[in-house]
Design a protein. Structure first.
Length: 73
C-alpha cells in the first residue's frame, strides 16, 4: 500500500509532503502498523517496537483495498 494525499498523489518529497517528525517515531510506527492491519506492538523504544513488528508481521493482515479509512498521522 502507498500513503497518498487527498489528490491521490503518493506522499513524497517530490509531491511536497511534510516530513515526519523523528521525535514522534514511536507513535508513527504504531500508526503505520495499524494502517497495515498489524497487531499492536505496545510501547517502547523504536528498536523494541520494530523488533516486535518484525516478529509478528503477517502479510495476510495487510488491507487489500485501495484506501485506508480513518488512518491519519
Amino acid at each position: 500500500p502507498l500513503a497518498m494525499n487527498a489528490n491521490g498523489q503518493k506522499l513524497s518529497k517530490q509531491n511536497l509532503a511534510v516530513a515526519l517528525d523523528p521525535h514522534q517515531a514511536e507513535i508513527l510506527i504504531r500508526l503505520a502498523l495499524r494502517a497495515l492491519g498489524q497487531a499492536d506492538v505496545g510501547f517502547g523504544s523504536v528498536a523494541v517496537l520494530l523488533k516486535r513488528a518484525v516478529d509478528q508481521w503477517s502479510l495476510d493482515h495487510v488491507p487489500r483495498h485501495s484506501t485506508l479509512n480513518g488512518i491519519y498521522a
